[in-house]
Design a protein around this ligand. Structure first.
Ligand code: 6MZ
Length: 342
């Protein structure tokens, strides 16, 4: 069943947009996954896992492990980073904050640093191609993710790497991975260090019901939160009182069954209460979506006018991890786009 109307999708494609929650390995094109599965001679039983369908949250994490088996070497990492940037640009995303988990793969001579440099190279290549062909390019920054399976030392290594690469476009740290694994106390010291180093922080929170962890995360006061699907009234009130902007991914939450239906998605109560919300894709490849589709789905589910869609899109600029001057440039770009569309 299609949850958006084609006419609205066209409008949403023309809308300039900001993407703040996109995982690199979750955003691959189907064709790229198929090609890499053949190249890496992936076991056919695993190839089946990649085929599309409804996915529970735990199936999603099995799928990520399979995708990681085919995106192994530096050249592939550069290639997928470049493709993902191109895909967001083609969807009229003007600023992308891409996130990825740095990986050590000794069999490929890969360290967390060389992995991250391969991603940065792919991002730059895509931007360079756009500037050459169009005279302008999507702006892109990188967040380094800590996977919840990682221990305190691995988390700290990622933070130190991010701190060292700030001048190369790394602006922050994300905590993500299977929400049923690990303990907040493991990564908190590394996240405190990230803050000391001037990095911005976003946390996947309440993707499953875990009130003690969600409360600890809220008390930590990250710069942004992702998901916040499973809250009780007390945590919801606490979240509202902090004013921390929340990255919301409609298709992801519905497909993984964290939320029952689009109209029931918590995007709407947050939005109606004036709480800062940002529409995002999460894993556009895994969930067969795009940011334009997420806007079109929101338009249908919550009966948003076109003016409201513009406002939601533009308000995301305030919540990027850019400095004030860079935010101002984006606001000008949105203004120019508005004048062109009128
Ligand atoms: C939590 C998620 C996620 O880092 O290898 N990831 N973590 N919740 C989600 N909701 C569905 N979607 C993706 O991209 C894939 C990794 O991103 C995280 C997981 O750790 C996954 O392994 P990278 O580029």
């Amino acid at each position: 069943m299609q949850h958006y109307c084609e006419e609205e999708l066209k409008f949403c494609q023309a809308l300039p947009k900001i993407e703040l929650h996109a995982h690199l390995n979750g955003s691959l094109r189907d064709a790229t996954i198929r090609k890499l599965a053949i190249k890496r001679q992936l076991d056919p039983s695993l190839t089946k896992l990649i085929e599309k369908g409804d996915r529970t949250l735990s199936e999603c994490f099995k799928l990520f492990d399979v995708i990681h088996q085919i995106t192994t070497d530096h050249e592939t990492i550069t290639g997928i980073a470049s493709e993902v940037v191109e895909d967001f640009a083609a969807d009229n995303v003007r600023y992308l904050e891409l996130r990825t988990t740095p990986k050590t793969r000794s069999e490929h001579g890969m360290t967390k640093r060389s992995y991250t440099e391969a991603v940065l190279k792919g991002m730059q290549e895509a931007q360079g191609r756009q500037r050459a062909s169009k005279g302008r390019s999507i702006a892109v920054r990188l967040l380094l993710s800590i996977d919840r399976r990682e221990d305190a030392a691995a988390a700290l290594e990622t933070v130190q790497l991010a701190a060292e690469l700030q001048s190369r476009g790394v602006v922050g740290i994300d905590l993500s991975g299977n929400p049923t694994l690990g303990q907040w106390s493991t990564w908190e010291p590394a996240l405190q260090e990230a803050r000391r180093q001037g990095l911005k922080i976003t946390l996947h929170a309440a993707e499953v019901y875990n009130p003690a962890e969600t409360e600890a995360m809220l008390h930590f006061r990250p710069d942004r939160l992702g998901h916040m699907c499973c809250l009780d009234e007390r945590l919801e009130a606490l979240h509202y009182s902090t004013g921390i902007p929340v990255e919301l991914c409609l298709s992801s939450n519905i497909i993984t069954e964290s939320v029952a239906s689009y109209p029931e998605h918590h995007f709407h109560p947050f939005y109606s209460a004036g709480h800062p919300v940002i529409l995002c894709t999460d894993d556009s490849g895994v969930f067969s979506t795009s940011l334009s589709k997420e806007f079109a789905i929101a338009a249908q589910a919550f009966q948003f006018s076109r003016l409201q869609l513009w406002q939601i899109s533009e308000a995301a600029i305030d919540h990027t991890f850019l400095n004030e001057e860079e935010k101002q440039d984006l606001r000008k770009e949105f203004e120019n786009a508005r004048l062109k569309l009128q």
